[in-house]
Design a binder for this molecule. Structure first.
Ligand code: ATR
Length: 298
């Protein structure tokens, strides 16, 4: 421990004879990741320890390096460290590069490998809820980091079209520009819209609307009621990346007869992808949908 005086939360004893994993975030007390990974470990009969760690923002790099020096096996990375993790990893998977963020780290031959499992987690959760993205018309609300993390895997599922609408249109345009080559290769129509355009379109048809904006954190919807009237027509499916409550966005969709989902399933599925990378087990052994069902009861 004396070599790592800044690691007040990392106990050297913890690492002795154990495979240790952790989630780094700030704040982190609310994180469900330890519970999820404990359930995966139990289902797939893996012996491991998974803990929460809250580095101060200026201690992230030191703590990550120390975690692996002490024998740590893998990390989940959450807000606000996904960009720091991207710049720290010596190797990035293609989907981490596309997402411009890292949420999963492990070591191979002394090199830090960074991946991003958010998008694949979303696509898998949608599939589990009966939503196949192929040939669908999809609308994403918001153009921040959460949107960037999911666009690549959504395009790879070959929808008919993907529109990214944002309050600040230039951010949506920049985001779309960075995915345009991939969209062209996959023959997906990819466009950036200002959010107000959704007020004006006349009953545009979307199969799936994903709220990736931060509006729900302030108890708001990114959609005006006018826009909600245009966008939500059954059987449109409304998916909010936030979880744990029915957001104003979800309420708008419900009131107009649409099916809704929060993002808890995405949280479980992105964790499952990380667990599979770390432990080399198959998806079936994790039984992700029973883990999700048990989380809903907590
Ligand atoms: P994250 O990295 O979690 O996606 P972010 O980068 O801060 O967070 O992005 C937040 C997104 O939510 C942005 O697209 C933001 O819109 P602006 O680019 O116009 O700021 C969007 N957002 C936040 N609050 C919103 C609100 N009340 N209505 C609509 N969009 C909102």
């Amino acid at each position: 421990m004396s070599n790592y005086p800044f690691l007040s939360q990392l106990e050297t004893e913890l690492f002795q004879g154990r495979d240790v994993y952790a989630v780094f975030g700030n704040p982190i007390a609310h994180s469900k990741s330890p519970l999820i990974h404990e359930k995966f470990a139990c289902n797939s009969k893996q012996a491991l320890v998974y803990v929460r760690i809250q580095p101060q923002p200026d201690q992230f790099t030191k703590m990550l390096v120390a975690f692996f020096k002490m024998g740590g096996k893998g990390l989940s990375i959450t807000v606000p460290f996904k960009l720091d993790a991207l710049s720290l990893c010596q190797q990035l998977t293609p989907r981490a590069k596309l997402a411009g963020a890292v949420n999963t780290v492990w070591q191979d031959n002394g090199q830090l490998i960074g991946d991003n499992t958010d998008g694949v987690g979303l696509v898998r959760d949608l599939r589990s809820q009966g939503i196949d993205l192929k040939n669908q018309r999809i609308l994403i609300l918001g153009a921040g980091g959460a949107s960037r993390g999911i666009i690549g895997p959504i395009l790879q599922a070959e929808p008919d079209s993907l529109i990214v609408a944002n309050r600040t249109v230039h951010k949506a345009q920049e985001l779309v520009a960075s995915f345009q080559d991939l969209a062209n290769t996959l023959a997906v129509d990819l466009e950036a819209w200002p959010m107000e355009r959704l007020d004006q379109v006349n009953q545009v048809h979307f199969d799936l609307v994903i709220n990736a904006s931060a509006a729900g954190l302030d108890q708001q919807s990114p959609l005006s009621d006018l826009a909600a009237n245009q966008v939500f027509h059954s059987p449109c499916f409304a998916y909010d990346l936030l979880y744990g409550r029915v957001t104003p966005f979800m309420q708008q969709a419900l009131q107009r007869g649409c099916r809704i989902s929060d993002g808890l399933g995405m949280l479980v599925e992105q964790a499952a992808e990380a667990f599979m990378l770390w432990r080399k087990v198959d998806l079936q052994s994790l039984d992700t949908r029973s883990v999700l069902a048990s989380l809903r009861q907590v």
